[in-house]
Write a protein that binds this ligand. Structure first.
Ligand SMILES: [Zn+2]
Ligand SMILES: [Zn+2]
Length: 469
């Protein structure tokens, strides 16, 4: 490693780089196998214990007509049968999701140099640590200035990019100040206006050079983009050409990730159509096991709801009788577990169904949420808090101009909730609920929304194919 310089600042800087590299080396290591799989054992043990209490204590008491029975013999038989079916369905889908790998990019993609890569001058990017990949905010405004991504815009080099750094800075300035800066510094419309006002890291020749270049581009675009609305008064979708290989490079595994793949730090690998890392199944939810994961949360929520409601119902009924027996403490344990996991899996089922119908992975939906939050902040700035109607009208105007966030503005949206759902869950209705069926697609390629350009940028409605406008 080269020493930046021999001054005090140089030594501090060097120590910082070393610490960061050490941290990255540690962060690059996947979790040990035993840590990853421990929760699988725990989950299995919890399922077995719930079966022991429900069948061995609760149902058999009724079937054998014991003194502590909470219901009739017939009731015991029915409850036992339903419970066994639910337990079987849940265990089957759990087994499927645990034994089916999500699909790892390294099995499909060769190791590659970073396309258009220039080694960073001082240190590797912090931003590449982010499991969510290139973020909306960090890359948005600059790319519009030159249609071709310049080298300092590659995600791995993000924080060498002055406009990126300054964009982050913009995020920390309250909207009011930001706007006054924007209007004070330039009257340039379009997204360039915001970028142009932001500070350049001083004493960095590379940054200054690139800044000058950008300033020229701004001057150039000013003349051509006068018809665009001012920056704070319109939607600002991310302009990162995310379909280009430059934006899909995994610096840890040294390969160009397939579309929608992301690096999971816990697994230490890029996962195809990465949704999230689920500790309860000991691996990631990705392209090839997403359907089984949805099946599992569906059955787990039904299992927990059934266990909770029957156990609680009969215990309450028994307590209302005059000769009420004491509540079995093991029933209370199972009630608490069923309530906790039932709530968790039910929320998971709902959120998974919602994002499947929008064709958004958990990672992608974070981007849309961030965009909506930013837009809300902009609307707060444009209107007073009580002008709810005006805010709604502004948002509608933006939707007319751009299309809706999350659907028309989603690169992977297939046009209807049904099509999106079937892209993961399959066409066969049985497959929607049973952990069967072959994987959908190859996990590597996905049809893109024609409302986006060939490089993956969200376009204005007037630029869409005419039949979609
Ligand atoms: Zn990776
Ligand atoms: Zn993972």
């Amino acid at each position: 490693m080269t020493r930046p310089n021999q001054t005090c600042c140089g030594v501090i800087e060097e120590a910082r780089i070393e610490a960061r590299e050490k941290h990255e080396r540690r962060a690059n290591k996947p979790q040990p196998w035993i840590v990853l799989k421990f929760t699988v054992g725990l989950t299995t043990a919890l399922m077995a214990y719930s079966a022991y209490v429900y069948i061995g204590l609760f149902c058999l008491d009724m079937i054998r007509k014991n003194g502590s029975a909470l219901g009739s013999q017939e009731m015991g038989v029915v409850f036992l049968a339903v419970f066994c079916v639910l337990l079987f369905m849940m265990s089957w889908s759990y087994t499927m999701v645990v034994i089916t790998p999500p699909g790892y990019a390294k099995d499909f993609v060769a190791i590659n140099e970073r396309p258009g890569y220039q080694p960073p001058v001082t240190r590797p990017s912090e931003a590449s640590n982010d499991i969510r990949g290139p973020s909306y905010e960090l890359t948005s405004p600059t790319v519009n200035l030159s249609r071709r991504p310049s080298n300092d815009l590659t995600p791995g080099n993000k924080h060498r990019n002055p406009s990126t750094a300054s964009d982050t800075l913009a995020g920390s300035i309250p909207p009011k100040d930001r706007n006054s800066q924007a209007s004070a510094a330039s009257n340039s419309p379009g997204e360039a206006g915001v970028t142009a006002t932001l500070s350049v890291p001083a004493a960095d020749p590379l940054a200054l050079n690139s800044w000058n270049h950008r300033a020229e581009s701004i001057a150039h675009t000013e003349s051509t983009s006068m018809d665009l609305p001012p920056p704070m008064l319109s939607r600002r979708p991310p302009t990162t050409p995310i379909l280009l290989p430059e934006y899909r490079y995994c610096s840890r595994e040294k390969m160009i990730k397939p579309h929608r793949a992301h690096h999971c730090r816990a697994c230490g690998a890029c996962v195809l159509k990465y949704d999230h890392h689920c500790p309860w199944i000991g691996q990631c939810v990705g392209a090839f096991n997403h359907k089984f994961f949805v099946n599992f949360v569906q059955w787990a929520s039904v299992f927990c709801l059934w266990t909770f409601s029957t156990l609680l119902g009969l215990n309450i009924r028994a307590q209302s009788r005059s000769s009420a027996p004491d509540i079995d403490p093991q029933h209370i344990v199972i009630l608490a577990l069923a309530a906790l996991f039932g709530l968790f899996t039910l929320l998971m089922t709902l959120s998974q169904t919602y994002s499947l119908m929008l064709n958004q992975t958990t990672v992608e939906s974070l981007g849309f949420r961030a965009m909506k939050d930013r837009e809300k902040a902009t609307l707060m700035h444009m209107h007073s808090w009580w002008e709810i109607g005006a805010k709604r009208r502004t948002r509608k105007r933006w939707d007319n101009e751009w299309g809706k966030i999350g659907t028309e503005g989603n690169l992977w949206w297939l046009g209807s909730a049904r099509a999106n759902w079937e892209a993961v869950m399959g066409r066969n209705v049985w497959c929607w609920f049973l952990p069967i069926g072959r994987r959908q697609g190859d996990g590597l390629t996905y049809p893109t929304n024609p409302r986006f350009d060939a490089e993956g940028r969200w376009r204005r409605r007037r630029e869409w194919p005419s039949d979609l406008r």
